[in-house]
Each structure stands twice: as C-alpha cells, then as structure tokens.
Design a binder for this molecule. Structure first.
Ligand SMILES: NC(=O)c1ccc[n+]([C@@H]2O[C@H](COP(=O)([O-])OP(=O)(O)OC[C@H]3O[C@@H](n4cnc5c(N)ncnc54)[C@H](OP(=O)(O)O)[C@@H]3O)[C@@H](O)[C@H]2O)c1
Length: 316
C-alpha cells in the first residue's frame, strides 16, 4: 500500500492516478472529502486526516509500505511534514519519497524560506534511516496558469522580474510520473533527483511561445522587483509569500533555474513535456474569449458593452 499525502494537489493527484493505473494499491490522506470524489472514483482509498494531526497520520499509515509526501508552500511546511516523517518512522515505512524545492534553494543557509524548510525536512528524513528519494523540481509550468494567463489573455503582457534568466520549467505531471516510477521500484533508495523540463528558456522566449500558441501579440515586460512585490501585495498576498516569491525571483535571475536534468527521460523512458506543447494544450487559458476581447476593444474606443449579448452603446 502506498500512502499519497497531497493527493488533492497538482502533483499528488497525478501520482495517485498513475499508481492506480499501474495496479498499485493507493491510500490518500485527505483533509476535505468533497475534494476527493475523483480520487475515490479512480479506486483510491481515502483516509481522513491532516499533517497537523499526529493521530490521523498514525492511523493513515497503518499497513502502508511507502509514503509519497508533498504539501502546500506554507511557513509551517517543515513542522507539518516533520509530523509525517515521525509517523512514518513509527509505522516502519520502507520508503519515503518527498517533493522538495528547486536544488539551489535547498540548503540550511539558503536565501529562500521555503527552500530552507525543504532542507530541514530532507535532513529529518535522512536522520530516520528510512530509505528516501528526494525530488527537487524546477519551476512548474502550471504556475503560468495562475500568474501569467490572466495578464497574457487580458493585456497581451507577460510581466515578471526575471531579466533574461534561463529557466528549465517542468510540467508538474512529469514530476508525478517520476514519483510514480520511483514509488514502484526498489532502485531509487537514498537518491536525490533534479526534475526539469527539456530546455531552459527566458521569459522573452516564453512570450514568443505563448504568442505563437495563441496567435496574439504577447510582450514580455521585465518588471522591477519592488514593483512586482507591490502588485502581489495589492492582490492581497501575505507578506511572507511576497517575500518568498521575491527571494525565488532573485535566485532565478542569478541562474538557479538554468540547469537541465535528464531525470524525466531516464526514469520514465519518455521525454519531458516541452513549453511549446504545454502552451498549445493550454492556449485557451492564455487567450481572451470573444466577449472579453469585445469589451476591451470597446473600452479602447470609449464604448461600453451591455451584457453577454454584447450590444454596444456609446459611453456617456
Ligand atoms: N510551484 C513551483 O514552481 C515549485 C517548484 C519546486 C518545488 N515546489 C514545491 O512543490 C510543493 C507544492 O506541490 P503542488 O503544487 O503539487 O501542491 P498543491 O497543488 O499546492 O497541493 C498541496 C497539497 O497538500 C495538501 N495539504 C496542504 N496542507 C495539508 C495539511 N495540513 N494536511 C494534509 N494535506 C495538506 C493539500 O490538500 P488540500 O486540498 O486539502 O488543501 C493539497 O493536496 C511545495 O512544497 C513547493 O515548495 C514548487
């Protein structure tokens, strides 16, 4: 039995799906069962629990051989994941597979809080003596759906404080595929893998890829870091998160995302997703729908658009 922690998230959900389709029995630690109907439909056993509740972790780990551990970026990440490590030790788990941070950030004195916390959890796992595998992924392509898609679709702008830094972005589903390969083999004990996409590219190149996928103009705006932080604060993001993103952007500008690994191909036998195919797959997320385009065009012309029926009248 494999326990997947973080199964309602981007990586964990795909890990559970891949393991079930490979015939492995899977249990998922779930905080909110209403988010887990798709998992249950796939045949995943659900264990209600929380990383903050040690008893629920002990319960969820009964009869489990391996644990997959990922959770949300959070200032309590090391403390919460540490609870899972303690429970795994108590339950005599045979293998812990943890999603960590991008390699240059994972260090006790690293510049980014979440990277330091990933290091603490890695260190804690190593100290248990339980066989482990740490996956250190690059920048997720899926981040673009949250950060870039709204401004690309609405304004044709890709604003980020990244200079011309090359970043080997990776599809979260490829990280999941690597995790599933690791969890179904005995060959990856006590190993650390960097997991990246197939090539590093700058944000200017990314803008060109998005322009080509959406057949619209997309311009990269290299935002001053202070301005980027202010925009995030105005969006209501908490201070620690704004600071974390600023620290990560500084790391990327210094070249931390440039290294390309062969892990996806080596462990899954197929090449990783390219940014071109990711952009094509998600082109609609980066494209204004017809009504929004009409509203924007009308606004530029001093007109207002009434309702979804898109009748246009002269603004007063
Ligand atoms: N984004 C990047 O570019 C990037 C790059 C490298 C590494 N990483 C690392 O990747 C990880 C995030 O992966 P992801 O994007 O797959 O995560 P995600 O989509 O944010 O999902 C997080 C999962 O953790 C679960 N979770 C959160 N708190 C929990 C708790 N207290 N108890 C039990 N479960 C809990 C969530 O459950 P609910 O649905 O109940 O909330 C959800 O299933 C982070 O550690 C981050 O540092 C990210």
């Amino acid at each position: 039995m494999i326990l997947v922690i973080g199964a309602t998230g981007r990586i964990g959900g795909e890990v559970a799906r891949l393991l079930v389709s490979a015939g492995s029995p899977v249990r998922a630690l779930i905080r909110d069962r209403s988010k887990a109907t798709a998992l249950a439909d796939q045949g995943v056993e659900l264990a209600t629990g929380d990383l903050g509740d040690a008893a629920s972790l002990d319960q969820a780990m009964q009869g489990v051989d391996r644990v997959f551990l990922v959770s949300v970026q959070d200032l309590r990440q090391a403390e919460l994941q540490g609870n899972a490590v303690d429970a795994a030790l108590g339950a005599h788990i045979g293998h812990i597979v943890k999603v960590s941070g991008i390699a240059p950030s994972v260090s006790p004195g690293g510049p980014a809080e979440i990277g330091r916390q990933h290091w603490q959890t890695e260190h804690r796992i190593e100290a248990t003596g339980v066989p482990f595998t740490f996956l250190r992924p690059g920048f997720f392509m899926q981040n673009l759906l949250e950060t870039a898609a709204p401004m690309v679709s609405e304004l044709g702008l890709l604003a980020a404080p990244m200079d011309s830094a090359p970043i080997a972005m990776v599809d979260a589903r490829d990280i999941a595929a690597v995790a599933a390969a690791v969890l179904t083999s005995d060959s990856h004990y006590d190993r650390v893998y960097d997991v990246t996409g197939p090539r590093a590219f700058s944000y200017a190149e990314l803008a060109a890829v998005l322009a080509s996928a959406t057949a619209q103009r997309v311009r990269y705006v290299n935002t001053p870091p202070k301005l980027a932080a202010n925009v995030l604060r105005r969006q209501g993001k908490p201070d620690w998160y704004v600071e974390h993103l600023a620290e990560m952007a500084e790391l990327f500008r210094a070249g931390a995302g440039a290294t390309v690994s062969t892990t996806v191909r080596d462990l899954t036998g197929r090449p990783p997703q390219t940014i071109e195919s990711f952009a094509a797959e998600h082109a609609s997320s980066f494209t204004q729908d017809g009504v929004s385009r009409l509203v924007h065009t009308a606004a530029r012309l001093g007109l207002t658009v009434a309702g979804r029926a898109a009748s246009v009248s002269r603004a007063r």
